[in-house]
Design a protein around this ligand. Structure first.
Ligand code: NAD
Length: 260
C-alpha cells in the first residue's frame, strides 16, 4: 500500500517527472514537485494534484546542479511532509555535439544534473529510509545507460554513471527494506521531444511523420513512442510492496531498442 507515503520527484514540472508525480498521487502518495517553469503554471499543477487526488502536493524550485540544493530539497520534504519514503531522481537535460566541439560548461551541467544530483539526493534521503526500514529510490536513466549514440558524450556518460550508482546503492541498502532501481526509457513522447519535430522536419525537408519514423524512432523497433503514463506505471510498480525483491535493476522500457 502506497497510500500515505511521501515522495520527492525531481524535475517534475514537465514530462516524465510530472507523470510520475501524478501517478504516485493517484495511489494516495503525497508528492514534492521540483523543477523550473512558469510559476503560475506550476502552482496550477500543484493545486490540481491536491484537489484531484486528495493528497498533499508541495513544490520546491531547488536548482539541482548544486549539491547543497539537492540535500535541501530532501530536508524541505522531510520537514514539511514528515519523511521521504520514495525518491525519484529524474531531472535531466541533453546536449548534442561532436566530442571535439562539446562545450565544457555543457559537460559540467549534464554531469551535475543527470548524475551528481542523484548522488546528493540519495545521500540525504537514505538515513531516514534506513531508520524507518522502508524506502524506494528510482532513478530515471535511459536506453543510453545501456548503449551509446554518437554526439551525446555527456548524456551517455551520466546515464551509464546512474546505472552504476543504482547498483551500488542497492547493495548498500538491501537489508534495510530499501530498493534502488533505474528506469531506462527509449524515446518518450514529452514536450521536449515534441518541440523538436517541426524544426527537424523543416531542416531535413521531411514531413513530421517522416521525422518521427525515420529519425527519432529509427532506433525503436516498435516504431512507437513510449508514453509518460507507461513510464510512470512502471515507477508505481517499483514503489509497491510487490516489487520489494527487485533492486539494483535497470528496467528497459524502450520498445525493444537495446535488444537489437
Ligand atoms: P523535460 O524537459 O520534459 O523535463 C525535465 C525536468 O527537469 C523539468 O521539470 C525541468 O524543469 C527539470 N530541470 C531542468 N533543469 C533543472 C535543474 N537545474 N534543477 C531542477 N530541475 C531541473 O524532459 P523529460 O523528457 O521528461 O526528461 C526527464 C528525464 O527522463 C531526464 O532525466 C531524461 O534524461 C530522461 N529520459 C527522457 C527520455 C525522452 O525521450 N523524453 C528518454 C530517456 C530518458
Amino acid at each position: 500500500m502506497l497510500k500515505g507515503k511521501n515522495a520527492v520527484v525531481t524535475g517534475s514540472t514537465s514530462g516524465i517527472g510530472l507523470a510520475y508525480a501524478r501517478a504516485l498521487a493517484a495511489e494516495g502518495v503525497n508528492v514534492t514537485l521540483n523543477g523550473f517553469g512558469d510559476a503560475a503554471a506550476i502552482e496550477k499543477e500543484r493545486a490540481g494534484i491536491e484537489s484531484e487526488f486528495g493528497v498533499k502536493a508541495i513544490y520546491s524550485g531547488a536548482d539541482l546542479t548544486k549539491g547543497s540544493e539537492c540535500a535541501a530539497l530532501v530536508k524541505f520534504a522531510e520537514d514539511t511532509l514528515g519523511s521521504v519514503d520514495i525518491l525519484i531522481n529524474n531531472a535531466g537535460v541533453q546536449h548534442v555535439s561532436p566530442i571535439e566541439e562539446f562545450p565544457d560548461d555543457k559537460w559540467d551541467l549534464i554531469i551535475a544534473l543527470n548524475l551528481s544530483a542523484a548522488f546528493h539526493a540519495i545521500k540525504a534521503a537514505v538515513p531516514g529510509m534506513k531508520a524507518r526500514k522502508w524506502g524506494r529510490i528510482i532513478n530515471t536513466a535511459s536506453a543510453h545507460a545501456l548503449v551509446a549514440s554518437p554526439f551525446k558524450s555527456a548524456y551517455v556518460s551520466a546515464k551509464h554513471g546512474i546505472a552504476g550508482l543504482t547498483k551500488t546503492v542497492a547493495l548498500e541498502t538491501a537489508t534495510f527494506g530499501i530498493t534502488c532501481n533505474a528506469i531506462c526509457p527509449g524515446y518518450v513522447w514529452t514536450p521536449l521531444v515534441e518541440k523538436q519535430i517541426p524544426d527537424t522536419a523543416k531542416a531535413r525537408g521531411m514531413t513530421e511523420e517522416q521525422v518521427k519514423r525515420d529519425v527519432l524512432l529509427a532506433a525503436q523497433p516498435t516504431k512507437e513512442f513510449v508514453t509518460v503514463e507507461e513510464v510512470a506505471a512502471l515507477a508505481v510498480f517499483l514503489a509497491s510492496d510487490a516489487a520489494r525483491s527487485i533492486t539494483g535493476s535497470l528496467q528497459q522500457i524502450d520498445g525493444g531498442w537495446v535488444a537489437e
